[in-house]
Structure formats: C-alpha cells, structure tokens
Design a protein around this ligand. Structure first.
Ligand code: AHR
Length: 326
C-alpha cells in the first residue's frame, strides 16, 4: 500500500479545501476525540465477492479505530446513494465517504456536502466532475492500469499466433469507473496486435448471475470464441458455469482473464478454469481511517492515493491461496 504522506496543514487550510463554512464538524473546532467522530459511508451494494470483502474490511477498520461508522448499501442504484449522502448531511456527520456506483451525476449532492462543511472522501471509484474541490481525497485502484495488465497477458499469450483471436468482454456496471477504465486499458494494449479482436462486449453488472447469463447468450452467437475478458472475478465465475453448461472446458477451450483475485476467483485460477487474474485490492479500510484521522487533525490528505496491486498466474494463485485474506 502506498504510504499516506500527510501534508501538514491547519484546520483553516482544510476548511479552505472543502469550502466549509459551518458547524461542529471535524477540525473546525480542533480535533475531536476519536470516539466522538461520526463517519457516513455510502457503499455501492453487495454485488460481488470483492464488495463483500471491502465492506467487511471498512467496518472492521472503523471498529478497531473506535470511530463510529454509519453504513448504507445502495443496492447498485445511484439514487439510493444520493439519498444516503443527503441523510448523512442532515445528520451532520464529520466525514462522508463513498464509492460511487457510476462516474457522473454527483455535482449537486457533493455541492450540498461542501456547503454543509462536510469533507467527502472517495473510496474505490472516481467521480467524473470538473470540480475536484468537491472531495478531499480519492483512495483506490488505477483501473486503467488493471485493464492494461489484462491486455498485456493476452498480448503475450497470443504473440506467436498468426490467426484471429476472438474475444468476448464481460463489462462491469455501465457507467462505473472500473468498467470504463478496464475496457480502455485493455483496448489500448491489445490494439498492438490486429489479430486480437473483441467480437462482443456486454455488461454483466459485476455479478456472477450477470456473467453467466451474458456468456450463455454470447456463446450462441460466437461459438468459436477463444477468450473471455471479465471485468471482475464474479462475472468470470458465471462465465465458467455457462461454458461448462455448453459442454466446453473453461481455461482450455475458452481462456478466461479476470480482475479482482478474491478467493473464489483464485481457486478457479488454481484449478485451471481461469488463466490469469489482475489483482484489485478491496482492503481499503485502514487507509480510509488514516484519511479520516488526518481530516480530524486539520491536515490535508493526499488528493489521490493509489492502491498497490499485483497479478496472478496459476502457480502464483496456488502459492497465495492458503494465506489469502478475502
Ligand atoms: O469497483 C471495484 C469493482 O467493483 C470490483 O472489481 C468489482 O468486483 C466490484 O463489484
């Protein structure tokens, strides 16, 4: 994990950062004792193994730090997340943190938080806004780099192939940062070899059921597909079920590359049903607690904190599985 380098700053500086004007929020009257701090966290949902691990880690980290965490699950709906954020503003929490379901459409509610003097921290996913004063820090992965790593494996795997390689892409939630960026990074890298062709690309909404359903349908129109690139493990695991149901061998007849490296995905990689996984770490809780403490102390956290991540081959998955936390 990249180390948080706190830039020493006064409470007044942080208030300038957030454009705060008001109230009894953290740092406006000096640091609060940790057991008096209240953080509102608006989670995306429970769509994947990754998300479940992320929720657990965040809840456990705040409990360990002795900071109260109000938690809401938006069930992958932006309107639910906006409602949750508005409710945290009304409750005058000290900090709001959230992982945006989709990239766009946040300016209005984030301006409300800013007007109320409540600092906002983005975790995991970015917002697409012209105004970066609407949040104090963004903690999460580089999704474009994840797509590039997946693309690089495919490029290397088929480096000696002179024939066309047909690829199906299972996209994450439409409009979500990881779906947009993982598609972009992958496309950029595989463009180096004109034999690599994405013949179909559809959303499976980051769920196992979605991955299975989309793969079933796409296999009918593309029975000769060579490889599936799934934007997360869960959709890859759904694809495995669809491939097996079609009488083929996942990992052999159709190769699979995914992103996340949760335990179920790593097991499938160890079993040879997935061929390569790009890691996306859900363990953001401790870093989020550090950011909240910095805000409480009147310091300005780093604006962008990128999570350090690796990749896994079958051998590496076999080695990592016994101690895998999630
Ligand atoms: O935003 C992170 C992504 O969201 C994870 O890759 C995926 O599993 C989750 O649903």
């Amino acid at each position: 994990m990249k180390k948080l380098i706190g830039i020493a700053a006064t409470g007044a500086m942080l208030l300038a950062l957030t454009g705060c004007a008001t109230s009894g929020n953290a740092a406006s009257d000096g640091p609060k004792p940790l057991d008096e701090l209240v953080v509102g966290f608006a989670q995306v949902g429970a769509e994947s193994g990754w998300r479940t691990a992320n929720t657990k880690d965040i809840q456990a980290s705040f409990e360990e730090a002795g900071i109260e965490l109000k938690f809401s699950d938006a069930q992958q709906k932006q309107e639910n997340q906006i409602k949750a954020i508005r409710s945290y503003i009304q409750q005058q929490v000290d900090v709001i943190a959230f992982s945006p379901v989709v990239e766009t459409g946040w300016d209005a509610v984030l301006n409300e938080a800013k007007a109320a003097g409540i600092p906002v921290v983005l975790t995991d996913r970015a917002v697409d806004s012209q105004d970066d004063s609407l949040y104090v820090s963004f903690l999460g992965s580089d999704f474009v780099a994840e797509g590039e790593k997946a693309g690089q494996w495919v490029l290397d795997e088929y480096a000696d192939s002179s024939e066309s390689v047909k690829i199906i892409q299972l996209e994450g939630t439409t409009g979500a940062a990881p779906a947009i960026d993982r598609a972009e990074g992958f496309a950029e890298v595989i463009a180096e070899n004109p034999n690599l062709e994405v013949v179909a690309s559809q959303t499976g909404d980051f769920t196992r059921a979605g991955g299975k359903q989309v793969t079933e349908a796409l296999l009918k129109s593309n029975p000769d597909v060579d490889l599936i690139y799934a934007h997360n493990d869960d959709m890859g695991l759904g694809a495995i079920e669809a491939i097996e149901a079609a009488g083929m061998e996942p990992g052999v007849d159709i190769k699979i590359v995914t992103v996340d490296a949760v335990k179920d995905g790593m097991q499938a990689l160890a079993d040879g049903k997935i061929n390569f996984i790009v890691e996306c770490s859900p363990l953001l809780g401790k870093q989020l607690v550090d950011i909240v403490k910095q805000i409480n102390d009147g310091e300005a956290p780093e604006k962008r904190i990128i999570t350090e991540e690796t990749t896994f081959t079958q051998e590496e998955a076999i080695e990592a599985l016994p101690t895998r936390q999630y």
